[in-house]
Design a protein around this ligand. Structure first.
Ligand SMILES: *Cc1c(COP(=O)(O)O)cnc(C)c1O
Length: 381
C-alpha cells in the first residue's frame, strides 16, 4: 500500500465530509428537497464570489462556463481584448476565434503579469470594444493578474464587459466581484471549491445582462436566460449534477465556517511557505514577484535535472502527485498545487518528497533545508 497525496491545482483533494455527503442515495431533481439544496448552493456561491449579482451553475467543466461567457455576451464580429500569459488565456483566445470575434491580442510571456495600462491603451485606440477577458489566476504559470486595477478601467465603460476566469482564483485569492466591477467571474468545482470535477459557475452583472440582450451568437445548452429563469424557481433548466450540488453545499458550509477572508489568508500562508521551501533548496520560482498567486507554485527545474523525472518519481515512488509544466514549459517547470482542502502538513509532506526526489536525481543540497524554510513561515504564526 502507498498513501497518496494530490498536490495539483485541479483536480484538488475532496474532504471526507464532502465525499460522505455525496455517498447518499441519489434524489430526484424536480423535488422540494433538491430545490432547497439548489437554492442553498446559489446563496453559498454568492458568498464566495463576494457578489449580490446573479450566479448561474452548470453541469460542465470550467471550459464550458468560459464558452458560455463568450456566446452569451457577444455577437460574431464583435471586438474583444483578450489578455493572455498562460495556457488558459490562450484558450480564451481560441474560444473567441471559434465564434468569429475580432480579437485584440494582448499576449505576454508566461513569466509576466498582464499590464492594466496596456488594456487602457488598447481600449483608447479601439473604440467600440465589447469585452475585456482576463485570467485572474493563471494556473499554467502561477501568475496572479490584477483584476481590481482592470476593473477600475473597464467599470466606467457602459458597453464593455469585463470577463474574469477566476477558476483557480476563487477561494485562493481575493476576488471582490461587485466591489471591483467584475461583470462575469467564473469558477469550477475541482479547484478551490474542493469538489470532484463536473460543476462550473459564473456571476452575471447587470452590465453583462445588457450584453446578453445584444448578443446574437447561437446558444442552447449554455443560454444564460434559461438558467436565470429557473434560478428564480430554485431549479435548473436541465438535469443538474445532483450529487455534486449536495457536495457543493457541504463544501460551501466549510468555507463559510472558515470565513472567506480566512480561507484566502490560509492559501496565502501555504503559498508563502511553499515558496520559502523551494527557494531554500536553491530552486527558482517561475512567477514574477509582482504577481504570484496562492493557488499553485510553479518552480523552474534546476539545470542538469530531468524535470519529467521529478514529477514521475514523486508520484510513483512517494505517492505525491504534482503537476508538470504545460506547452513550452513541459519538463522545464513543475507545479505544486495548494488550492482548496490543504493544510500546513500537505506542504511539509510535498517538500519532503521533493527533497528525496531531487537527491535521487543528483541535485545537491542539505536534506531538510526545504522543509525548514516552510516550517519557519508556519512558525511565524
Ligand atoms: C482548470 C481551469 C480552467 C478550466 O479547465 P477545465 O479542464 O475545463 O475544468 C480554466 N481556467 C483556468 C485558469 C483553470 O485553472
Amino acid at each position: 500500500m502507498q498513501k497518496k497525496y494530490l498536490m495539483t491545482p485541479g483536480p484538488t483533494p475532496v474532504p471526507a465530509e464532502v465525499m460522505l455527503t455525496m455517498a447518499a442515495p441519489i434524489i430526484h431533481h424536480r423535488t422540494p428537497d433538491f430545490s432547497a439544496a439548489f437554492k442553498q448552493s446559489v446563496e453559498g456561491l454568492k458568498y464566495v464570489f463576494q457578489t449580490e449579482s446573479d450566479v448561474l451553475l452548470f453541469a460542465c467543466s470550467g471550459t464550458g462556463v468560459m464558452e458560455s461567457a463568450i456566446v452569451n455576451c457577444f455577437s460574431a464580429g464583435d471586438t474583444v481584448i483578450v489578455t493572455r500569459n498562460g495556457k488558459f488565456g490562450d484558450r480564451q483566445k481560441q474560444i473567441c476565434e471559434t465564434y468569429g470575434l475580432n480579437v485584440i491580442d494582448l499576449a505576454y510571456e508566461w513569466t509576466e503579469t498582464v499590464k492594466p495600462a496596456d488594456i487602457k491603451a488598447a481600449l483608447d485606440a479601439n473604440p467600440g470594444v465589447r469585452g475585456v477577458i482576463v485570467t485572474q489566476s493563471e494556473t499554467s504559470s502561477g501568475v496572479l493578474n490584477d483584476v481590481k486595477a482592470i476593473g477600475e478601467i473597464v467599470g466606467p465603460l457602459e458597453d464593455t464587459v469585463l470577463i474574469v476566469d477566476s477558476i483557480t482564483g476563487i477561494g485562493a485569492v481575493d476576488c471582490k466581484t461587485d466591489e471591483w466591477n467584475l461583470d462575469v467571474v467564473m469558477t469550477g468545482s475541482q479547484k478551490g471549491l474542493m469538489l470532484p470535477p463536473g460543476l462550473a459557475a459564473c456571476t452575471v452583472s447587470k452590465k453583462a445582462w445588457k450584453a446578453y440582450e445584444r448578443s446574437t451568437l447561437p446558444k442552447y445548452y449554455f443560454d444564460w436566460m434559461k438558467y436565470q429563469k429557473n434560478v428564480a424557481k430554485d431549479t435548473t433548466p436541465f438535469t443538474p449534477a445532483v450529487t455534486l450540488v449536495l457536495g457543493l453545499n457541504q463544501a460551501l458550509d466549510m468555507m463559510r465556517d472558515e470565513g472567506i477572508e480566512n480561507t484566502i489568508a490560509r492559501h496565502s500562508r501555504l503559498a508563502k511557505a511553499t515558496r520559502a521551501g523551494v527557494e531554500a533548496l536553491g530552486l527558482k520560482l517561475f512567477a514574477p514577484e509582482d504577481g504570484r498567486g496562492s493557488a499553485v507554485t510553479p518552480v523552474w527545474v534546476p539545470e542538469g535535472v530531468d524535470g519529467k523525472a521529478i514529477v514521475k518519481i514523486m508520484k510513483d515512488k512517494h505517492g505525491v502527485t504534482i503537476a508538470g509544466g504545460q506547452d513550452d514549459y513541459a519538463g522545464r517547470i513543475f507545479r505544486i498545487g495548494h488550492l482548496g482542502y490543504f493544510g500546513e502538513f500537505d506542504i511539509i509532506t510535498t517538500l519532503a518528497a521533493l527533497e528525496m526526489t531531487l537527491a535521487e536525481l543528483g541535485y545537491e543540497f542539505e536534506p531538510g533545508t526545504g522543509i525548514k524554510g516552510a516550517e519557519l513561515v508556519f512558525m511565524e504564526g
